[in-house]
Design a protein around this ligand. Structure first.
Ligand code: NDP
Length: 282
């Protein structure tokens, strides 16, 4: 058996194409969606992500502005910038590229963003809304994963869903989104015992660990949907996921590749949240 490959790149493209007429419609009413991207310091991975986000904006006709700040910026200066962006009517979404340098308080920065412009979905208000099922901005990566699962046509209702990883940006919100779809959800982490056994129960297995190729074929239930959120750079420069693709492919029913799986979806969902924000402000 060889798993069906879920093509995140083309699914992300389709989602962005669907946004295009909405952006155009808003622009015609003088309400062009706008995204502000804040990047601090010179983290090379962050630079790549920021460039990809700006490119997606320009392809869709979304206004974007970049605020590239030196690594030495003071906390109060960064917070002042965010407050300015909160007040700026051209801006509907504010994204602060993480991680921030150590001297900056990441949580305080996130909490300073106006929740109405929190297109990353990291503000405690957005997290709370997600938790209790109110409309808001879901974090982009887990929301993108849900779109990928949707394309399999398989209902999550009553299915065993296992999420490996419990970070605030991926694992936890992912679990909540799966629960919303009536999945029976288990969250695993570094203290989980018998990880392989738990994974083998999963009809839907989502790996968000940050450990290259740690999920192998023998940890997967035959026919399962396997979503690989991990993005790990091997010493030889190759980008790999948390799932050992080759062995997983021979067991899983569906699988996402790395690259070309979850990554493009994260950006598509950011665009979606930004357009939604502009639409709600309109
Ligand atoms: P974090 O480092 O914040 O979280 C990793 C999680 O994995 C933690 O909950 C940790 O457990 C758990 N973990 C670590 N080791 C093990 C283990 N041996 N067994 C079981 N669980 C373990 O990472 P993120 O959530 O931020 O990211 C996860 C991965 O996803 C990374 O590779 C990242 O690059 C990628 N990513 C990809 C995105 C995309 O757009 N494609 C977006 C965001 C992230 P504990 O809590 O106990 O420490």
């Amino acid at each position: 058996m060889s798993a069906f490959i879920i093509d995140g790149k083309s699914i992300a493209k389709r989602i962005k194409e669907e946004l295009r007429p909405k952006v155009l419609g808003l622009a015609e009413q003088g309400k062009q969606p706008g995204l502000a991207v804040v990047i601090v310091g010179d983290n090379s991975a962050s630079r790549v992500y920021v460039n990809m986000k700006k490119k997606a904006c320009s392809e869709l006709g979304i206004y974007s502005e970049e605020h590239a700040l030196p690594a030495t910026i003071r906390q109060d200066q960064l917070l002042d910038l965010i407050r300015d962006l909160n007040r700026n009517p051209r801006i509907h979404g504010i994204l602060v590229q993480l991680p921030l340098p150590d001297h900056l308080d990441e949580q305080l920065v996130i909490e300073t963003i106006d929740p109405a412009k929190d297109v990353d979905g990291f503000h405690p208000m957005s997290v709370g809304k997600l938790m209790i099922g109110l409309p808001g901005f879901p974090p982009c990566t887990p929301a993108g994963v849900m779109e990928l699962i949707k394309t399999t046509g398989i209902s999550l209702s009553g299915k065993e869903c296992v999420v490996i990883g419990r970070s605030n940006i991926v694992g936890k919100p992912q679990a909540i989104l799966l629960l919303r779809e009536n999945g029976t959800v288990t969250i695993c982490h570094s203290k989980t015992e018998n990880l392989a056994e738990v994974c083998r129960r999963a009809d839907v297995l989502i790996a968000a660990v940050g450990r290259p190729e740690m999920i192998t074929g023998e940890m997967i239930k035959p026919g399962a949907i396997v979503i690989d959120v991990g993005m790990n750079r091997k010493p030889d420069g190759k980008l790999v996921g948390d799932v050992h693709f080759e062995s997983a492919c021979s067991v899983a029913g569906w699988i996402t590749p790395v690259p070309g799986g979850v990554g493009p979806m994260t950006i598509a969902m950011l665009m979606k949240n930004t357009v939604q924000s502009a639409n709600e402000r309109a």
